[in-house]
Design a protein around this ligand. Structure first.
Ligand code: UDP
Ligand code: MG
Length: 313
């Protein structure tokens, strides 16, 4: 690298995208040259089994100034690939895009211009998404639910094409498949976000790396995100509240059953008795889980995790 800190780092995670890599890097080069700012491109080969890495080696050899390559030992997933590159990116601004040519490099200046308006991150919105309906329809439903529940106004949460100020990616803690929910995690951390509509292209080479099971995994990841953003720092507030509700239901039912037992026929055969026992046991369990959560929380406390600082003078 000629410069220690380029203006822009472009991060591209990929697995088995050999045919796309050369046209992608050519397109990128022409766009970035006209942009006239210093840049680096970081390809992360997430365990490809085709010739992707050999191609990346050649691209690096032909332009070692700009092209960096990270190769994983095996497929660790897109989230891991992004984290590895985020840790190494030197740019003031970090962009991510897919390697399959579906994200158009010519839209890069548009995202950067929006970021320059003062936002911490900018998400591309694939307004006319060029994917099969088996993917776009579930994705639209997921977007509606996620943005509604999380309270973040976006059309396309999971789009791989985004621009960030470097401090955003430095603060994100990504694991599992959490890359899908980066906007939610970032907004919760206090970062500002904007979106811009972009052109989207159909996949030219290779095939999608995700099947229908992405929707099941995403559902659980979304639960994780909701839990992390709301209750990570106060587990007892969630589990204690649920536990108290259950316990209270059990208590009221118990008083009623005790009254019946004292002044009426037996209650041993009543389903309500079992419900009552369950409610009380579940109530105690939930509260105990909350207390255990608080213990873990206390032991793992690190003060720098408790806030996100915008400016310090
Ligand atoms: N990808 C990756 N690791 C994986 C799966 C996918 O790095 O385990 C990359 C993939 O090569 C592509 C990007 O993530 O560059 C988006 O994947 P894909 O195009 O398959 O997803 P879709 O566009 O179908 O949502
Ligand atoms: Mg794709």
């Amino acid at each position: 690298m000629s410069e220690e800190h380029p203006y822009l780092s472009i991060v591209i995670p990929l697995v088995n995208e050999n045919d796309s890599l050369r046209p992608l890097s050519e397109e990128l080069e022409s766009v970035l040259t006209t942009l006239g700012r210093s840049y680096e491109i970081i390809f992360v080969d997430d365990g490809s089994t085709d010739a992707s890495f050999a191609t990346l080696q050649r691209l690096h050899a032909s332009d070692p100034e700009h092209i960096r390559v990270i190769r994983f030992r095996r497929n660790f997933g897109k989230t891991a690939a992004l984290s590895a590159a985020f840790k190494r990116a030197r740019g003031e601004v970090v962009m991510t895009m897919d390697a399959d040519l579906q994200d158009d490099p010519h839209e890069i200046p548009k995202l950067l211009a929006k970021l320059e308006e003062g936002y911490d991150m900018v998400a591309a919105w694939r307004e006319r998404r060029q994917d099969p309906t088996s993917k776009t329809i579930p994705s639209r439903i997921a977007n509606t639910v996620v943005t509604l529940v999380a309270g973040v106004k976006l059309h396309d949460v999971n789009c791989g094409f985004k621009a960030y100020r470097a401090e955003v990616v430095r603060e994100l803690k990504l694991y599992g498949d959490l890359h899908r929910f980066i906007p939610i995690l970032a907004v919760w951390q206090g970062f500002t976000i904007a979106e811009v509509p972009v052109a989207h292209r159909p996949r030219r080479f290779g095939h999608s790396k995700y099947g229908w099971h992405r929707f099941i995994r995403s559902f659980f990841d979304f639960l994780v995100v909701l839990f992390l953003t709301r209750y990570l720092r106060r587990p007892l507030q969630l589990f204690g509240t649920l536990g108290a509700i259950s316990f209270f239901v059990g208590l009221v039912l118990g008083v009623y059953l005790a009254y019946l037992r004292l002044f009426g026929p037996g209650i041993g055969w009543r389903p309500a008795l079992f419900a009552d026992v369950m409610a009380i046991v579940v109530g105690v369990q939930l509260s105990a889980i909350g207390l255990l959560g608080e213990m873990g929380r206390n032991f793992s406390y690190r003060s720098e995790d408790e806030y996100s600082i915008r400016t310090e003078l």
